[in-house]
Design a protein around this ligand. Structure first.
Ligand code: HEM
Length: 204
């Protein structure tokens, strides 16, 4: 059991770091060469695009550190600083993703999928951080777990996309993934919160 749990933790770290570092490939290769299918965002909404592709991967790298219990208990100051950087990254990357979602050349259904994800990402993260500042730590933990589930959409999207492209084709696959990358994550997160020992506000 301990082995399975360690494997799961390792997998989450590996996927978050892997996807984030791969996303920064544009720094070495340039946007045209590394992600030509979204390069039009770099022309039409430059600030939003670069804020998103620089800071969203940073949030993805920082996210697993916040669940590292040893770090949280031994160095709460580091936990708070990482939390601030995570929050500011999501604020800017999230606003960027909202602008990109409604400027995308993909289908309107995909635009709404990404757009609602952006709103949920900004909302859960902002509310979670506000709760921490109010000292409502049990609720803070629960909302930051929701935020993490949404940040993890960057990973689930890239895991599902090749299968969806192969089975449904590019247009339908991309439209579906705009929802599939985050709605099931939210369901799993709620299920986890119900069965885990993360204290509910009432218990706290
Ligand atoms: C969770 C909220 C997120 C939303 C709503 C969101 C939304 C979007 C949208 C709309 C696009 C443009 C797609 C298009 O126009 O076809 C995009 C591209 C991109 N996003 Fe996100 N994103 C989110 C999280 C992340 C995270 C956490 C990462 C970290 C790796 C990330 C990395 C990227 C990258 C690198 C691109 C450029 C295209 C690519 O290489 O896949 N996003 N995102």
């Amino acid at each position: 059991m301990v082995y399975v749990s360690r494997m799961r933790v390792f997998l989450v770290w590996f996927l978050c770091l892997g996807v984030a570092l791969a996303s920064w490939r544009f720094m070495a290769l340039g946007v045209e060469a590394s992600m030509d299918f979204v390069a039009y965002h770099a022309v039409e909404r430059r600030w939003a695009f670069f804020a998103h592709i620089t800071l969203a991967p940073l949030a993805l790298i920082l996210m697993p550190f916040q669940f590292w219990k040893g770090l949280r208990t031994r160095r709460p100051d580091v936990h708070r600083w990482i939390g601030r950087v995570y929050g500011v990254s999501i604020l800017l990357a999230g606003i960027g993703s909202l602008l990109m979602a409604f400027g995308t050349t993909s289908s309107p259904v995909a635009a709404w999928g990404f757009g609602l994800l952006a709103v949920a990402w900004l909302g859960s993260t902002g509310y979670g951080i506000w709760l921490a500042r109010q000292g409502r730590i049990a609720e803070h933990q629960r909302w930051m777990i929701r935020s993490a589930g949404l940040t993890f959409a960057a990973v689930t999207l890239r895991v599902y996309l090749p299968f969806l492209f192969m089975t449904l084709g590019e247009e339908a696959g991309y439209t579906l993934v705009a929802w599939l990358c985050w709605v099931p994550n939210l369901v799993v997160t709620e299920w986890f919160l119900r069965r885990s020992n993360v204290p509910s506000p009432a218990a706290a």
